[in-house]
Each structure stands twice: as C-alpha cells, then as structure tokens.
Ligand binder design. Structure first.
Ligand SMILES: [Zn+2]
Ligand SMILES: [Zn+2]
Ligand SMILES: [Zn+2]
Length: 99
C-alpha cells in the first residue's frame, strides 16, 4: 500500500483578507478568554482555537462554511482546512500575505 497524501481542494476559498481585530470577537463580546487565535482566510474573521473552550473558529466554519484558517499567533505560519482536516502548505507563500 502506498501512502497517498491528501491535498486540499479548497484553496479557492482563500481571499486577501484583513483581520477583523486582534482578538476573538465573540469572546470579547461575552468577556471570555481564549488560548490561541485563528484567522479565517475567506472573510478575515478572528476566532479562538479548538483548545479554547468556546472554539469560535470552528463554530465560524460550521456556520459560514469557510474552510481554511491560518494561525493568528505571532511567529506561527501554518494553515488548516476544516473540511479535509489536513494542514495546508505553504501558508505564507501560497496565500496572500497576512498583515
Ligand atoms: Zn480543503
Ligand atoms: Zn472565542
Ligand atoms: Zn470566514
């Protein structure tokens, strides 16, 4: 059996976006905290990761069907597809630059 590496077919969902803020909007609205931040690459929504209790990045995907997020943590450079459940490479080179 050969190992086949799945490829994400949702890269057309990635747009040049501006982050909506520097924290999880929903957590800020309810005065809650988060562990890490994730950036939606379709609309710029900033939400908290799956290690955070509210998991707003995943909720955003479930509600809006925006499949690809990038880490919004300083120094981290990776992306993730919620549909394929795989890491998407390379984050910065293929995608419009985060700013
Ligand atoms: Zn995908
Ligand atoms: Zn949150
Ligand atoms: Zn989005």
């Amino acid at each position: 059996m050969s190992k086949s590496r799945r490829e994400c077919t949702h890269l057309n969902a990635v747009k040049a976006v501006s982050p909506t803020g520097d924290g999880c909007e929903e957590c800020l609205a309810i005065g809650d905290s988060w562990v890490h931040l994730r950036l939606c690459r379709t609309c710029g929504h900033v939400g908290c990761c799956d290690d955070s209790k509210n998991r707003h990045a995943r909720k955003h995907f479930l509600e809006r069907k925006h499949p690809i997020i990038s880490s919004f943590e300083p120094g981290e450079d990776w992306s993730w597809c919620f549909i394929d459940e795989i890491e998407v490479f390379p984050a910065a080179q293929r995608f419009p630059k985060l700013s």
